[in-house]
Design a protein around this ligand. Structure first.
Ligand code: PLP
Length: 393
């Protein structure tokens, strides 16, 4: 097939050429002077992206799952109770990691497409008079449903309940796409990784940790080695790592964080919101519905779309890839085969979103969904035309 492939899954996102070029450099001595300069330059940029002056970013060679594990083993002791706000596959997955480590996981569950209400959370925490719950595990952007949690409201609910639990937030697919305020929301551990809003290939798991989380680490007795923050922080302070770092990926991260800060975080958030709005309008013009129950809950990162009965979502993905060179995300968990996901994150412009929507129309029609060609593309086009983006920078 000629032309370029459209990678429109909700991460890994498309890696910009600038980042690819930066990674195509010789590996340097990771105990040398040049490496220390590279590493020391990364942390202030990550702090800006997490919106923190007090938090400490730590970079592991791992995927997001490793960063999940790191957030738990550093802050908790065997048998500790955690409250997991389960709104989809990945928030539930975070709870599963906690369970597999022997922590006592209590779950607050909601139907997929919605989020846990801050009021319900406040009541749950207020009822925990003995403060048995040591950490609240939540998700900024649920990649399986396309729902964003209001983390500021989660923090307010915890404060209103006067509960001292740590706030651990998965922002794997949220960071650098949707607003994230580590300091303002008093997040204790933010968990992310390289392959989504950070414009990188997979391979880096990143946490940002608060002073309160570091104090919890002093008392936490869960065995840890690879994901221990202590040796990382000691060596990072002088520009090094306690083990061999992913040098090439760090070149890429340097370039990617430069690109993000050049565009400006607020511009990035507005661009994502606008792309998502265009996509949701197209979905409705096709006569379909996003999984997110309301526009207020809907993610700027991806849109999960419910399919009509009788349309096989797994087959749809094969058709889009083999016939139109377009990769879309599959339905997960209870949505397996019943939904598909359109990623609109990272380096992406109006024409790429419109081409993706055109590809979805072709695919849906091939699958037997009645599609009036151009209808979804047209409403998105009109929305983009009537709501131009201000210039970046
Ligand atoms: N959390 C969220 C929100 C995700 O979307 C993913 C993966 O897509 C993960 C965690 C797991 O990350 P990884 O697959 O990099 O281990």
């Amino acid at each position: 097939m000629g032309g370029r492939h459209f990678l429109q899954i909700p991460g890994p996102s498309n890696v910009p050429q600038r980042v690819l070029n930066a990674m195509a450099s010789p590996v340097i001595n990771h105990r040398g002077v040049e490496f220390a300069e590279l590493a020391k330059g990364l942390f202030p940029k990550l702090r800006q992206i997490f919106k923190t002056t007090r938090g400490t970013p730590i970079i592991f060679p791992s995927s997001g799952t490793g960063a999940w594990e790191s957030s738990l083993v550093n802050t908790l002791s065997p048998g500790d109770k955690v409250l997991c706000l389960c709104i989809g596959e990945f928030s539930a997955g975070y709870g599963k990691v906690a369970q597999n480590h022997g922590f006592a996981v209590e779950r607050m569950e909601v139907p997929w497409g919605s989020a846990v209400s801050p009021q319900a959370l406040q009541e749950k925490l207020a009822a925990d008079k003995a403060h048995a719950i040591k950490a609240v595990l939540t998700i900024h952007n649920e990649t399986s449903t396309g729902v964003t949690t209001d983390i500021g409201a989660v923090r307010e609910a915890m404060d209103r309940a006067k509960h001292p639990a740590l706030l651990l937030v998965d922002t794997v697919s949220g960071l650098a796409c949707a607003d994230f305020r580590f300091d303002e929301w008093k997040v204790d551990v933010a968990v992310t990784c390289s392959q989504k809003g950070l414009l990188m290939p997979p391979g880096l798991g990143i946490v940002c940790v608060s002073e309160k989380a570091l104090a919890a680490r002093e008392k936490a007795t869960t065995p840890r080695h690879y994901f221990d923050w202590g040796p990382m922080m000691t060596r990072n302070a002088v520009g090094y790592f306690p083990f061999t770092p992913a040098t090439t990926l760090l070149y890429g991260l340097e370039e990617a964080t430069d690109m993000l800060l050049e565009e400006g975080l607020e511009h990035i958030f507005a661009r994502h919101k606008r792309m998502a709005e265009g996509v949701r309008r197209a979905v409705r013009a096709w006569g379909l519905q996003p999984v997110a129950e309301t526009d207020a809950l809907a993610s700027p990162v991806l849109t999960a779309v419910r399919l009509p009965d009788g349309i096989d979502g797994d087959k749809l993905l094969v058709v889009s890839e083999t016939e139109f060179d377009l990769s879309l995300g599959n339905g997960l968990g209870p949505l397996a085969g019943k939904a598909f996901r359109i990623g609109h994150l990272g380096e992406m412009n109006d024409l790429e979103v419109l081409a993706t929507l055109a590809g979805c129309e072709l695919t849906l029609a091939r699958m037997g969904v009645s599609i009036d060609f151009g209808k979804g593309v047209g409403v998105a086009q009109r929305y983009f035309s009537e709501n131009p983006m201000p210039r970046a920078g």
